[in-house]
Design a protein around this ligand. Sequence first.
Ligand SMILES: Nc1ncnc2c1ncn2[C@@H]1O[C@H](COP(=O)(O)OP(=O)(O)OP(=O)(O)O)[C@@H](O)[C@H]1O
Length: 359
Amino acid sequence: MAHIELKGITKIFGHHTALKNLNLEIADGEFFVLLGQTGAGKTTTLRLIAGLEKPTDGKVFIDGEDVADWSAAERDVALVLQQYSLYPRYTVRENLEFPLRPRIRRVEPAEIQERVARVAKTLRIEHLLDRKTDRLSGGEMQRVSIGRAIVRKPRVFLMDEPLSALDAKLREALRTELKNLQMNLGATFLFVTHDQIEAMSMGDKIGVLNNGQLVQTGTPQEIYRNPVNTFVARAVGSPPMNLISGTLAGDEAVASEGYRLPLGSGHGAATDGRPLTFGIRPEDLFLDIGAPGEARVHDVENHGVEKIVTLRTAGETLLQATVPAQTSLAIEETVRFSWNPEKVVLFDGASGVSLRHAS
Ligand SMILES: Nc1ncnc2c1ncn2[C@@H]1O[C@H](COP(=O)(O)OP(=O)(O)OP(=O)(O)O)[C@@H](O)[C@H]1O
């Protein structure tokens, strides 16, 4: 187990700044997910912690110690990648034993056997131990890769999109397994992904990375309910948060759809006429079906337990709402809609920065 801290990390490759003044803290035993689009700087962050890359500026601390002069081996972290790094001509057992070989780490043969057996049981790959790794399915190979990381009991697990090459069903199953594994081992995990569903379902905490900068850190719930800006609002949630333009008029925010939201005092949106953006999650948009209304049903998608309805407002804004699967709706039917005012997040119309949190 380990506590990790990055302080003021900047990483420049040639003329390109991959990370800008990154400050990040991962508690001992925490499952931390770094969420970002391609090129955001996720892999670079992992490589800096693993000791495979040196920061241009800033420091990495593991358990409070500055690890600038520690080699990758001394840092004692395990890196699991999207591509399986297994020896194809070796059996699963040999692949699992490899990191414990006496030449590398002085572990007694009896203990090697015991650790391999325990890891195989945990990952449910006991029946595969004598099979060559080139005869395994993608999911089995990824289990063995994870096994190779676990077997040597590292202080920290760094996982670089380990599930992204797998099909949807397997990804879901391994998500649950990895989360259980982390809880059983009590280990510190830093997991990077571009998949917000993976981040929301696995992370104790999520850090949203954009263009080499950490935009927001919080629990999945905090980030979902109160995104700090419109970038985060759109990056988490499926379908994403509805964003509707509006303006400030006295003590009210007035959306382009005519909807008025009383703000009370201390809303932080000082001047009248200031452009605002309303943020409403699809589950906080209510449809009054059968009532002649101001919006039309533009599209309906079935998702098993729920339907995602796209509405087209009189002002031609497209809004998405989630409704129970049994709700019956016809395309082009008119409906009335309303919002739960307490759940509206208000953003500054120009900068996109959050001004008022949802309750
Ligand atoms: N060795 C390198 N030399 C030059 N540029 C690099 C190097 N490594 C990374 N970069 C650049 O730094 C930026 C961040 O890369 P990084 O691999 O950390 O992103 P990422 O978030 O992991 O993206 P992906 O999801 O595509 O893996 C990218 O623009 C990338 O091209």
